[in-house]
Design a protein around this ligand. Sequence first.
Ligand SMILES: Nc1ncnc2c1ncn2[C@@H]1O[C@H](COP(=O)(O)OP(=O)(O)OP(=O)(O)O)[C@@H](O)[C@H]1O
Ligand SMILES: [Mg+2]
Length: 398
Amino acid sequence: MIELKISNLFMIFGDNPDLAFPLIEKDLKRKEIKEQTGQVVALRDINLEIKKGEIFVVMGLSGSGKSTLVRCINRLITPTKGEIMLGKDKNNILEAKKEELIELRRKKFGMVFQRFGLLPHRTILQNVIFGLEIQGASKEKMKEIGEKTIKAVGLAGWENSMPNELSGGMLQRVGLARALAVEPDILLMDEPFSALDPLIRVNMQEELLRIQRKMKKTIIFITHDLDEAVKLGKRIAILDEEGVVVQVGTVEDILINPANDFVKTFVQNIDRHNVIKIDYITRDNKVVLNPEMNPSDAINKLKKTRSTYSFVVDQDHKLLGRISLDDLAKANAEGNKTIESSIKQCKSIENIATLSDALPLLITSKTVLPVVDEDRVLLGYASEKAVIKVLKGDGLND
Ligand SMILES: Nc1ncnc2c1ncn2[C@@H]1O[C@H](COP(=O)(O)OP(=O)(O)OP(=O)(O)O)[C@@H](O)[C@H]1O
Ligand SMILES: [Mg+2]
């Protein structure tokens, strides 16, 4: 489901934005438009669809328009033109009235900033419940939600401390808890970790992924750091220096098929082995078998698809093992009623494994391996050939 849809969004700073549009039509650059009209075209014709429950990363260099985009979304500023539709009712945020806007900012969006923005004279708990207080929540509710979210970000025991007693990483956890406390539909995070030390930063990224596995929030995460982007985002939008979205795609799409030279230069130093997940090269199995099948039916199934082996799954589609045509022929000759006793154990790869995790396994197995999810549900298969193809940069179109 689409949680937020942005269509044809423009943000032009200046006293007379209309002056800029004819020049935008002519494809003039931000700098030229500023020189000729005094208007700053921060965002140009942005179209994005953000899905419910995903971490959607917006990446771009300094000045590309990332913060401007966030401010348009939560309506801290009013876009010059375009549409922003929220939720399943498709409310156009740009048409919201004043009271609706206040409501929107307080309840629909949670914001986490680079510089935590905590109130220095309030305790951690008081900071976290700040948004609830503004909403007029009851004392009991504030205490309950406050303590719950503080625990969720790993700060239990710090409720009554003051901000100056906490480290940067801890302060950012407070910032995150404060945003989560209002139970927003969408969490907007504008470079939240970029003021942190590199190690703490990695730590916080992992923490966010951990929290997200439970909370499954819709998160728009802004960063200028590609490593951070590929670590957190399944889908990434790249803004160029003109405030144009030059590519939206999965991490793999962007690495393997960069849309233009700008993106190509951007991603050239990324180590594909460690970023691309096995999911990307996983293919559907032509055939799968169930243990209750009789050997001759199984043989027919394999022959129909010209397969020499198949994986076997239970009724929940969880992987049980593998079986070859030879094994089936033997079971048939022995008069076995089902194929169950012929199933052989086999190694498998979890879909979130990176290519560098999976390659040694594939090489030593000398055969394709089944790909499973965290519950061992069979998703497809992976081959050494496909991994090498992607690492060589060939893409997957054969
Ligand atoms: N209030 C404003 N008035 C005029 N120009 C502005 C205003 N706010 C932002 N801009 C311009 O819009 C462009 C985008 O700025 P923005 O702050 O969104 O970039 P950013 O991608 O968030 O950069 P950074 O990574 O440095 O935070 C810049 O050229 C900036 O100078
Ligand atoms: Mg910014």
